[in-house]
Design a protein around this ligand. Structure first.
Ligand code: SAH
Length: 603
């Protein structure tokens, strides 16, 4: 049996800050060589069968001899370094020597003390408007620092600094920072033994930090953090900003993204990994993979099938999902999907993606099914390019059926669609009857459209071709919000959860037509008050009615306590009408659950 050598980052001190992989290596270890005072000895208890050697007492050649001998005898060696091995870990000379001897090794990262100190200070080291860089450095000590990296050079950047190994010479350090032009009022903090039981924090500015550290008697084992970020007065991050489009979020409202049930299919290991990456960025997605690649995708999303079973599994799933993302060659998809297609109002969206994630091709149901939107979303997640071939998109026009799908309207009849779409591409004029707000948002900036009147009736829209009067009528899809709540939950809390759930799915309370729940909640004051203040109809359904409705997310707890297999999903489906389906599956908070169902098309 051959041995192994693993360099493991022990983390900053607290024994539960080692990684799971690092802990596993310790459990298997026959020899642990650990780096003196900053590795918590409690970690050594994770290595019950190992011989323990403190490297503080050894010179490098002795450390290497220990490692090599144990390795050659088939032993598992762990070289345990404080924090992360890559920062001031003196690992490179060990790597070099092992390379020379032809002995293989691996490295497990750890939580560096720079990050443990940031956690102790509860600070974001990179705050927009203040600093977007962190300099990890040290003052020159016994180990010299290259001249171009001298502290007074680095400090001139004004970036956040985490300074290691230097607390023993605070006064001279502060002098260098000041001479680099940093103001005496620059915030500074020193964290002694971050994450250890005797952790200590000293906060100040460059003008007083040296004195405060001296007063506290701190001389070693500390991280020095310098920078305006310590005051936390920077700009807010764009990451959660409504208007900022991020791979995993979408800017703008009114359904710019895709929100149906998605099945991803992959047939190779590389494709399975890409599918997992894509699925993590979508709302509601599962991944079908051949059994032998099952380990490449997380169990919670996995639907594995036996080798050779693709064709049957794909056909079976065709009607069960709103969309398919096929991470494979387009030819395979075309051949299999061709036999299953019906028409553009019924077929699911199909997007094909190559296994490197370079292209996301909208293959089927681009507008109404949402494949164009889904392709754009997949491309955003992979950093690739969406390939869209529908004419109106190529001409940067929003197609009528795409508009309907995005704003949750349905076509009363699809007959006029082809004629109107062609007229549109020819640049003809249209009269629109719709709420002013919708017109402004979707049509006002496009030539040929005139707002000729408001909605012909509540929840309806009319699009009229001026040349011959042909009309396309759209009706808002009935949308129901199902709500379950604990006894006594106040209206304000229900509102907060509901708005949060709607918001993460790009919906607003305005779009909800009816709120629904179980009959046994019909006297729940918070729920009644919430529906009244929202100005919405509130409907209740009996246990018998609710239990007849199959739902995506049944609840064992509700079944046990209330005799109901579902409250929010079943009530939403019942209230949205016989053709409804779940748009937002049940979202649970501790005291409130919410789900949204929406009427689908019947044409
Ligand atoms: N590889 C380690 C750093 C080793 S150099 C890491 O990634 O953290 C040793 C220096 O790290 C110490 O002088 C001190 O500046 C810093 N340090 C290590 N552990 C620390 C802790 N728990 N709290 C504060 N500073 C620590």
């Amino acid at each position: 049996m051959s041995g192994s050598i693993t360099f493991v980052g022990a983390g900053p001190g607290a024994p539960d800050l080692i990684t799971l992989r690092g802990a596993a290596a310790l459990r298997d270890a026959d020899l642990v060589i650990y780096a003196g005072s900053l590795v918590n000895e409690e970690l050594l208890e994770l290595a019950p069968k190992a011989r323990l050697v403190n490297s503080a007492k050894l010179a490098l050649p002795e450390v290497l001899r220990e490692m090599r001998e144990a390795y050659e005898q088939g032993g598992h060696v762990v070289r345990l370094h404080t924090g992360d091995p890559a920062i001031y870990g003196a690992v490179s000379e060990q790597f070099r020597e092992l390379d020379r001897l032809g002995i293989p090794y691996s490295v497990v990262p750890g939580v560096s003390s720079a990050f443990a100190a940031a956690a102790a200070l509860k600070v974001e080291l990179t705050m927009p408007g203040l600093s977007q860089s962190v300099i990890l450095t040290r003052d020159a000590g016994r180990t010299p620092v290259p001249e171009k990296e001298a502290l007074d050079q680095l400090a001139a950047h004004g970036s956040t600094m985490c300074i290691f190994l230097s607390v023993g010479e605070m006064e001279s350090l502060v002098k260098k920072l000041l001479s680099a032009g940093r103001s005496p009022s620059t915030p500074a903090a020193v964290v002694y033994r971050a994450s250890w039981p005797n952790e200590q924090i000293v906060r100040g500015t460059l003008s007083d930090i040296a004195q405060k550290v001296a007063d506290a008697g701190i001389q070693r084992q500390s991280m020095i953090v310098i920078g305006e970020v310590l005051e936390r007065n920077g700009d807010l991050s764009k990451l959660y900003d409504e208007s900022f489009s991020h791979g995993y979020r979408r800017g703008g409202r009114c359904g710019a993204g895709f929100s149906g049930k998605v099945a991803l299919f992959a047939l190779t290991r590389k494709a399975a990994c890409k599918a997992a990456e894509i699925a993590a960025g979508l709302h509601d997605a599962v991944i079908f993979v051949p059994e032998k690649y099952a380990s490449a995708v997380p169990a919670a999303r996995r639907r594995s099938f036996p080798g050779g079973g693709f064709s049957a599994v794909f056909a079976d799933s065709w009607k069960q999902f709103d969309a398919f993302v096929m991470v494979m060659a387009a030819g395979i998809v075309v051949r299999h999907a061709a036999q299953l297609c019906k028409d553009k109002l019924h077929d699911p969206a199909v997007v094909v993606c190559d296994e490197a994630g370079q292209y996301a091709i909208s293959l089927l149901s681009g507008h109404f099914g949402g494949a164009n939107r889904l392709a754009a979303e997949v491309a955003r997640i992979t950093g690739g390019k969406a390939v869209i071939t529908t004419a109106s998109d190529v001409n940067h026009l929003l197609a009528f059926d795409e508009f309907a799908a995005r704003c949750h309207y349905r076509l009363v009849s699809k007959e006029p669609l082809a004629e109107l779409s062609a007229a549109r591409l020819d640049g003809e004029a249209f009269d629109l009857f719709m709420p002013q707000e919708l017109f402004q948002r979707w049509f006002a900036d496009q030539p040929g459209f005139r707002l000729a009147g408001g909605a012909p009736e509540p929840g309806a829209i009319l699009i009229r071709r001026v040349a011959n009067g042909t009309e396309l009528r759209l009706v808002k899809r009935k949308t129901a919000l199902g709500v379950g709540c604990r006894k006594g939950v106040p209206a304000e809390r229900i509102r907060e959860v509901v708005l949060d759930v709607l918001d993460t799915h790009q919906l607003t309370l305005d779009e909800v037509d009816v709120i629904a729940s179980a009959e046994l909640k019909s006297n729940e004051p918070g729920l009644l008050e919430f529906a009244r203040s929202a100005g919405k109809e509130l409907r209740f359904f009996s246990a018998g009615e609710l239990n007849q409705i199959p739902v995506p997310t049944p609840s064992a707890a509700a079944e046990q306590h209330l005799g109901l297999h579902s409250v929010s999903e079943a009530a939403a489906l019942l209230a949205a009408g016989p053709d409804a389906r779940i748009l937002v599956p049940k979202q649970s908070r501790s005291d409130v659950t919410a789900a949204v169902a929406m009427e689908v098309d019947h044409v």
